[in-house]
Design a protein around this ligand. Structure first.
Ligand code: ADP
Length: 494
């Protein structure tokens, strides 16, 4: 996986993490809201049902108190038409017997507890008897749970709740609710607030996957993607600007150094003849002084010539001073690996554009050399640019570049190896000569400058072919003293 893909995977990972975290939070909020709605609905249902139960007690108590006249068509027989949940009404007058022993037992219990008592029940069918002992007659109501259910008064959201009423091992399915397949289930169990009919109300609600807030979750994911894309673009822009500035600076330093190299050549070429002119004019002046018809004129001319020659030498000297190279005497400990990574990082767009596969191979141990940072940067940059030019001459897919660090002969080494066409044998001896170039538009000053800088740093630069194909340049530099700290490696690793 190359650097570019690794970075992409990193951004994708961030997106996934943020989307999952946000989605989880939104789902939790929605579930909390659903739970609270469920609790409220269950409370309302419990209260309404409890009220119904109390109503049954009230009907019975009214009957027992008023004791309507008995016989067929008695007033109590009209109750079912008034209350749909009352299926039938039974009365036991003095000396009469209940048709069912269960009713008799319930009456006894009612008499003892002084309130209505539950009689025989068939909860599966939603039916049960409620008996109240009275004088002279006792009354029993057969009640239908289905009709006692005030579902019309329930909140609309309560229809999703599964509800059952149970008592003494019998169950009545009050409402099937939504039969959703889901992961979250809310439950509530509460006995109805009625002493005579203590039915237990169990409510449960399963939240379906489809009820999760998918749209807000998707919107959150999209928002995260947009923010990350913007951040990525911003970072890229900043990185590009930084790279461009760095390349510009290197270019400027390179041009200045090339000028310095030029000035050094000029000075060398001009100083010799100028010194000779100076020497000969001074000699001529002396000779003329021995035999003088026009002594003064000749002396003046000679003096002026000497002055001109000195001025020319001064001009050359000034030019040289003006374009001085980096002060290679200011050395500091530098990690070769970090410098190599930094140089590759700087040229990453160039490498990608040319489809060059580049890598840094660190040695067994970190190598820290003593060098002037700008000079070292300049050498590595020049070597890399040369390798880039060489690799352009071979087909894509065969373009490899390796920067390896190590220690050889008590010196730190950085080798730059490419799989380009290599160096022609006749060119090998002349590579470091100023103005030697086989490249169209090449100045031929790069390697000569690199060699000069390496020498000034107390190191050396060598070149060789690297079988089966390609060139290898090895820069060796003095190691930093043991214990000297290396500069930290760059965060971005190409
Ligand atoms: P320029 O790059 O301007 O030609 P240099 O001094 O940097 O000047 O390089 C001199 C010459 O050395 C190049 O023209 C080229 O022939 C040869 N050269 C440098 N680097 C390589 C390389 N990696 N592979 C093959 N030849 C190289």
């Amino acid at each position: 996986m190359n650097v570019w893909m690794r970075r992409r995977a990193g951004w994708l990972l961030w997106w996934c993490a943020a989307t999952v975290a946000g989605g989880w939070l939104l789902a939790r909020l929605e579930l909390a809201q659903l739970q609270s709605a469920f609790d409220t609905d269950a409370r309302i249902v419990h209260r309404l049902l409890s009220q119904r139960m109390v109503q049954h007690d009230a009907v019975l108590e009214t009957l027992a108190l008023l004791q309507p006249a008995g016989g067929a068509g008695a007033a109590e027989q009209r109750l079912p038409s008034l209350y749909p949940q009352i299926l039938s009404v039974q009365r036991r007058g003095p000396g009469e017997a209940w048709p069912d022993a269960g009713l008799a037992a319930a009456e006894a219990a009612s008499r003892q507890q002084r309130r209505a008592a539950l009689g025989p029940a068939d909860l599966a069918q939603g039916r049960y008897w409620l008996v109240l002992a009275g004088e002279p007659a006792s009354f029993a109501l057969q009640l239908s749970l289905r009709d006692a259910t005030p579902s019309a008064e329930w909140p609309a959201t309560a229809t999703a709740i599964t509800m059952t009423l149970s008592h003494a091992g019998q169950r009545f399915a009050l409402q099937p609710g939504g039969q959703a397949a889901g992961r979250w289930t809310f439950r509530a169990v509460k006995v109805l607030a009625s002493d005579s009919q203590p039915l237990s109300l169990a409510a449960s609600r399963t939240v379906a996957w489809t009820e999760l807030p998918w749209w807000p979750m998707a919107a959150w994911g999209a928002a995260v993607a947009a923010v990350l894309a913007a951040a990525r673009a911003l970072l890229r822009q900043r990185e590009q600007r930084r790279r461009a500035e760095e390349l510009l600076r290197l270019g400027q330093v390179g041009r200045l150094n090339a000028l310095g190299e030029l000035a050094a050549g000029l000075a060398h070429e001009l100083n010799q003849p100028l010194t000779a002119v100076l020497a000969s004019t001074q000699a001529a002046g002396r000779l003329l002084a021995e035999d003088p018809p026009e002594l003064e004129t000749a002396r003046t001319a000679m003096t002026q010539a000497a002055q001109q020659a000195r001025r020319a030498a001064e001009v050359v000297g000034r030019l040289r001073r003006a374009v001085e190279r980096p002060d290679t005497s200011r050395r500091e400990p530098i990690s070769l690996e970090a410098r190599a990574r930094e140089a590759l990082h700087l040229l990453e767009p160039e490498l990608r554009r040319r489809a060059i596969e580049a890598q840094v191979q660190p040695g067994a141990a970190p190598v820290t050399v003593l060098a002037e940072p700008v000079a070292l940067e300049q050498i590595v940059h020049n070597l890399l640019m040369n390798a880039l030019h060489a690799l352009e001459q071979v087909p894509q897919g065969q373009r490899h570049l390796v920067l390896a660090t190590g220690v050889e002969g008590g010196r730190g080494t950085l080798s730059v190896t490419d799989t380009g066409p290599g160096i022609a044998p006749q060119a090998l001896d002349r590579l470091f000569e100023p103005f030697f170039s086989t490249r169209e538009g090449g100045l031929g000053l790069g390697l000569s400058l690199c060699e000069t800088l390496a020498g000034e740093l107390g190191g050396a630069l060598t070149a060789a072919n690297h079988p089966p194909r390609g060139a290898r340049f090895v820069l060796s530099l003095p190691l930093a003293h043991a214990g000297a700290a290396a500069e930290p490696a760059m965060a971005a690793t190409p």
